[in-house]
Design a protein around this ligand. Structure first.
Ligand code: SAH
Ligand code: DHB
Ligand code: MG
Length: 220
């Protein structure tokens, strides 16, 4: 798992921004508390990032959203709440225990009708899906990030918005010992994002998850 190494003041500021600006609802809190109660790793996106996903789905007017990596459904809820009328979200999760908790949280949030949780390795679920998706959020096993980006192109269209979490991985991208980490998978994905298939950037972040960031891209 990633070392978060968060400075206390980053976490304090994040908490203040969350209560002052982001204002999560009880359905978001529930996804966080059930994850802890059920022994899941605390690796959901920060609330500030969850709200950003919500705003990006709204800004792009997305009606069809694909998420790779569900966990307890925290990011799923933020995005599903932003879907345009009649919109739908497919989220892919490897572990049945995680998928079960996510389904409970989506039900409690009143979002079950617009979300399907697909259980299994994402690379097995992806070929069963039908595009085009308007928005893709990639947040699962980092060694497959480049494969997931290829699927985002295949299941997307020119203009599809793609967000990749953990794009900075504790600043380890240039670390000579990075091969011991998930960094090589992330580096491969960033190289793909810098190529002809995408227009992309990376935003670095600090907060409760330490030094990290996300890639934001559009399929060309
Ligand atoms: N997006 C979530 C966090 C996801 S954590 C949020 O922000 O709330 C990453 C999740 O990806 C974990 O639940 C893990 O079980 C799942 N995962 C890991 N490898 C996977 C794979 N090959 N296919 C699908 N899901 C996978
Ligand atoms: C890990 C995965 C994530 O998606 C994340 O945001 C943080 C950590 C992990 O596997 O360690
Ligand atoms: Mg992540």
């Amino acid at each position: 798992m990633i070392e978060h190494n968060a400075r206390p003041e980053w976490t304090d500021v994040e908490r203040w921004l969350t209560t002052t600006v982001v204002k999560p609802g009880p359905e978001h809190e529930r996804a966080l508390t059930t994850a802890v109660e059920r022994g899941m790793p605390p690796i959901e996106v920060q609330p500030t990032a969850g709200k950003l996903l919500n705003l990006l789905v709204r800004l792009s007017g997305a009606r069809r959203v694909l998420e790779i990596g569900t966990l307890a459904g925290f990011s799923t809820i933020w995005m599903a709440q932003a879907l345009a009328n009649g919109g739908h979200l497919d989220t892919l999760e490897y572990l049945p225990e995680h998928a079960a908790v996510a389904r409970e949280n989506l039900e409690a949030a009143g979002l079950s009708d617009r979300v399907d949780v697909h259980v299994g390795p994402a690379l097995e679920s992806l070929p069963t899906l039908q595009g085009p998706y308007d928005f893709v959020f990639i947040d699962a096993d980092k060694q497959n990030d480049a494969n997931y980006l290829e699927w985002a192109v295949r299941l997307g269209r020119p203009g599809t918005v793609v967000v990749v979490d953990n794009a900075v991985w504790e600043g380890s991208l240039l670390d000579p010992s990075r091969d011991e980490t998930n960094a090589p998978g992330i580096v491969a994905a960033l190289e793909l994002l810098g190529g002809p298939l995408f227009d992309a950037t990376v935003v670095q972040t600090v907060g409760s998850k330490g030094w990290d960031g996300f890639a934001l891209a559009v399929v060309r």
